[in-house]
Design a protein around this ligand. Structure first.
Ligand code: GZL
Length: 312
């Protein structure tokens, strides 16, 4: 009757009290920590009720979290998928429950029918930018490169490797002589760099390090110094993320270049979810975030000051 109608009319719009489950990979890097803090801030500013689950970099924990969000009947689910495979089953369960899923910062090898959209950078382009910087920096000089890959099977590790190799192909003076995963962490980055230096006669013939993220580069810089070499000079250092600590290293002449990745993937994600849930507006399947090269010429300490309070 009228009372019911009045109650319905009084119900707040969906977006005002949207409940969103976020299956986050973990806190493996400074960038990941920033993405988490920015996501929580964006939700708070929008009055979104965010349910947060940290998977400690294990896919089975992400799948458990998504199933829990489905059981709780959330309005939407965000997933930062640790690896690119193994998502079909749980995404079909979310689809059956009519809960839209948005992927953050990494892609998956599954039909894009299984998610509303993916908010990510162009990771192949990031590898291109890093590789092109090295090509322009070394010219025709011989350059043996060691590569610290991101998490095995993750879309950034696959794509950043591909993009870098594209950029250096045709420049036979530049060769990747060692390549191994450092799992996007400082600790592993340091350990693997130590093994590269030992395997390469102390590192005197290593010209450059390409690290798929700044955290592995920062760990490797420590290993290079402990081996008695000058990072940024004896061994050039190029990486991706643009976290504050890489700018400190650049200001100290210990790192050379980084490709920026915004930690704010959730803002665009919440925008399209609100439009979808309120008006049924369907977004494009990919929302691409920008990539910008920073080098020692870009006043690294100024950039450090700008970034240091952003939750990294
Ligand atoms: C890339 C993102 C990567 C960051 C790393 O989009 O998934 O994961 O580059 C993080 O710092 O571990």
């Amino acid at each position: 009757g009228a009372a019911m109608m009045l109650t319905l009319l009084a119900a707040p719009a969906m977006a005002d009290d949207m409940t969103v489950g976020f299956s986050q990979i973990g806190s493996e890097s400074g960038w990941r920590a920033a993405e988490t803090s920015v996501t929580k801030q964006e939700a708070q500013e929008r009055g979104i009720n965010l349910k947060f689950a940290d998977a400690q970099q294990k896919q089975e924990n992400q799948i458990k979290a998504v199933r829990s969000f489905i059981a709780q009947g959330v309005d939407a689910i965000l997933i930062a998928p640790v690896v690119a495979t193994g998502w079909e089953q749980v995404l079909e369960e979310a689809q059956d429950a009519e809960i839209p899923v948005v992927l953050l910062d990494r892609q998956i090898d599954a039909s894009d029918e299984l998610y509303l959209t993916a908010v990510t950078s162009d990771q192949v382009h990031e590898g291109n930018v890093a590789g092109n910087w090295l090509v322009e920096t070394v010219g025709d000089e011989p350059c043996n490169v060691v590569e610290l890959q991101g998490t095995t099977g993750s879309s950034p590790a696959i794509n950043r490797k591909k993009g870098f190799e594209e950029a250096i192909s045709g420049h036979d003076n530049i060769q990747i002589v060692r390549s191994q995963t450092g799992d996007f962490t400082r600790t592993k980055g340091k350990e693997v760099m130590e093994s590269f230096l030992k395997a390469e006669d102390g590192g005197k013939d290593i010209c450059a390090l390409y690290a798929h993220n700044d955290d592995m580069a920062v760990g490797a810089i420590q290993a290079i110094k402990e081996a008695g070499l000058a990072p940024g000079k004896d061994i050039l250092v190029v990486s991706i993320d643009a976290v504050p600590d890489i700018f400190q290293a650049m200001a100290a002449g210990e790192a050379n270049a980084t490709v920026e990745l915004t930690p704010n993937m959730a803002g665009p994600a919440f925008d399209v979810l609100e439009a979808y849930l309120k008006d049924g507006t369907t977004p494009p399947k990919w929302i691409q975030t920008e990539s910008k090269l920073y080098t020692q010429n870009d006043d690294p300490m100024k950039v450090y000051e700008e970034k240091k309070n952003l939750g990294y």
